[in-house]
Design a protein around this ligand. Structure first.
Ligand code: FES
Length: 165
């Protein structure tokens, strides 16, 4: 409703030959009466939210090497590995088609619990074929990044099993 009031005032001002307020310029107090109160409003100067927000992810190799990286929200952990050219031998061999189990990753219990979705039956079947399986194992191609996964740390097993071979 306020927006409408401001918009129509701005239009009226333009029709009368006035100039519209620039972005960030204070809109006159007379344009912002709300239920008898007077308030001062500003046009927004904020930038539109970036569609591709990122979250930090740390991959930990079996030898303890920590690889800090970033992934875009909406990407899978497999995408993060591929997009950042991280060299995990044989990782993601089936390119996310859920037929290889080479993208097996191990989470800490708290991280595992904050993953947004539980594994599907197909993922569980494929996990059964992975080496070094734990109670907090998941397939990286099935984990989609969200804002809630900021700071995620995942262990990469020392050995992989390509279920296709
Ligand atoms: S990449 Fe093959 S199961 Fe995930």
């Amino acid at each position: 409703m306020f927006r409408f009031a401001v918009t129509s005032r701005v239009c009226l001002q333009l029709v009368r030959g006035g100039s519209a307020p620039r972005i960030g310029q204070e809109i006159s107090k007379r344009t912002a009466h709300t239920h008898g109160e007077q308030s001062t409003r500003f046009l927004s100067t904020s930038q539109p939210k970036l569609l591709s927000e990122e979250v930090e992810i740390t991959f930990i190799r079996a030898n303890g090497e920590r690889i800090k990286t970033k992934g875009k929200i909406g990407d899978s952990l497999l995408d993060v590995v591929v997009n950042n050219n991280i060299d995990f031998d044989g990782f993601g061999a089936c390119e996310g088609t859920l037929t290889c189990s080479t993208c097996h990753l191990i989470f800490s219990k708290p991280d595992y619990d904050r993953l947004p979705e539980k594994p599907s039956d197909e993922e569980l079947d494929m996990l059964d074929l992975a080496y070094e399986l734990t109670d907090t194992s998941r397939l990286g191609c099935q984990i989609t990044l969200s804002k809630d996964l900021q700071g995620l740390e995942v262990r990469v097993p020392a050995t992989i099993n390509d279920a296709r071979s």
